[in-house]
Design a protein around this ligand. Structure first.
Ligand SMILES: [Zn+2]
Length: 409
């Protein structure tokens, strides 16, 4: 078993971590500037600097912050030796991307799981995948600062995966603990929506209010305002809060049973899996096949998905209005068929707005390719490395008993 040869990593809250964060936020800087920001003497900062230089966290920068001033030694994070890993589980496959500090992709790896409920096979694939990645890291002479594992299901505050309805092999695992113990990898696991948000918002202006609709097996909804996802701290609450649980808002009392345990949820009617189950005449068995049926114009598929898109527009109107959304991005498996239901979605939304009001919206297809979502996961890893508390505060539901959701098996 490979372990990272990292005896004493830079930990959140340590002074060395604070120095790195200052470099991350401010770019290249001299030791004097950093010392000033930390409100310590240059002599006192020597210890941090020697360690960070010796261990290849930082390196000398060619950038001179003040070209007219006296040249001074300027430092920056050593981009080529400090890495982030994004792990995803999408469409029955494990995926990973390793990036350097400047978000350049160093390696991608994917492994397909034949039986989505087979945990033994999953762990074997994960082992194989991580060995490939760790070998690459060791060849490059770098280190993994942080991994983010994007979970397509429910997770509790401690990182225990309680219910992945479309990938049961993950149920009962705590990847944070497991990967730390087996491979000495620092991992933070949370809902895959984090990776979608990071991936889809990468090239969007900061001053937008964005809604990401992840239309796949189920329906996920995220709202991002000025670059910050709207998330409510989950500490000591027994139910999801905020928009996390949008798709489990009931639209029919005592309606269809949803995998969450409730009846009549939005997702139980309009999630990809629900559309597959409710429309046997389409002869499709997954959201992916449904998307392909729409693209290939298989009989009835476009009508089914367009009607669902219109129904979603009606359900989403108040969210769009309440949060002042200006950009709606369709992501997830069904995003590939966007052009065929785009019209139905817009037409229903237009029934709530004047032409003038409607003209300000940008409603478009995202890029939910596994490559992009994996990159998003690596970006979340980077974000977590510097601001761990932000993500920790909003992870999962309260699960004091440490038990799995009874519906997960
Ligand atoms: Zn539900």
């Amino acid at each position: 078993m490979i372990k990272l040869s990292e005896e004493n990593p830079v930990m959140a809250g340590s002074s060395a971590h604070t120095v790195l964060r200052l470099f991350y936020e401010n770019g290249p800087a001299s030791q004097m500037e950093i010392a000033r920001k930390l409100r310590i003497t240059k002599a006192a900062s020597n210890q941090h600097f020697s360690r960070l230089i010796e261990e290849n966290y930082i390196t000398e920068s060619a950038v001179q912050p003040n070209p007219r001033g006296r040249p001074s030694q300027v430092w920056q994070i050593d981009s080529a030796r400090n890495f982030f890993l994004g792990l995803t589980v999408e469409d029955g496959a494990l995926g990973a991307v390793l990036t350097d500090f400047s978000e350049n992709v160093l390696i991608r790896a994917n492994r397909h799981l034949h039986d989505r409920a087979d945990q033994t096979a999953l762990l074997k694939l994960l082992d194989d995948l991580l060995k490939t990645i760790l070998n690459k890291i060791s060849k490059l002479g770098g280190r993994l600062l942080q991994c983010f594992a994007a979970i397509p299901g429910m997770i509790d505050q401690e990182g225990l995966i309680t219910n992945c309805p479309n990938f049961h092999a993950l149920d009962g695992l705590n990847l944070d603990q497991l990967l730390a113990e087996r491979y000495s990898i620092p991992v933070f696991s949370d809902a895959c929506s984090n990776a979608y948000i990071a991936a889809e918002c990468r090239n969007i202006s900061q001053d937008s209010t964005i809604m990401i609709l992840n239309w796949s097996d189920g329906i996920g909804l995220s709202v991002i305002c000025n670059g910050v996802p709207l998330q409510w701290p989950a500490v000591n609450v027994k139910r999801f809060r905020g928009l996390w649980d949008f798709s489990h808002i009931r639209i029919v009392k005592e309606g269809r049973l949803c995998h969450c345990g409730k009846r009549g949820c939005l997702e139980a009617y309009y999630g990809g899996n629900a559309l597959v189950e409710l429309n046997p005449e389409l002869h499709v068995s997954s959201a992916e096949e449904l998307a392909n049926a729409v693209i290939n114009d298989a009989a009835g598929a476009r009508r089914v998905v367009s009607e669902a898109a219109a129904a979603l527009a009606e359900q989403l109107y108040w969210v769009i209005e309440l949060f002042g959304i200006d950009t709606v991005i369709f992501s997830g498996t069904l995003a590939s068929a966007f052009e065929y239901y785009h019209r139905a979605f817009c037409d229903r939304l237009k029934s709530f707005y004047t032409d003038e009001e409607f003209a300000v919206f940008s409603i478009r297809q995202g890029d939910p390719s596994p490559e992009n979502i994996q990159l998003g996961a690596a970006l979340v890893a980077k974000n977590f490395f510097f601001y761990p508390q932000r993500l920790r505060n909003s992870r999962g539901i309260w699960n004091k008993t440490g038990k799995l959701n009874p519906l997960s098996k």
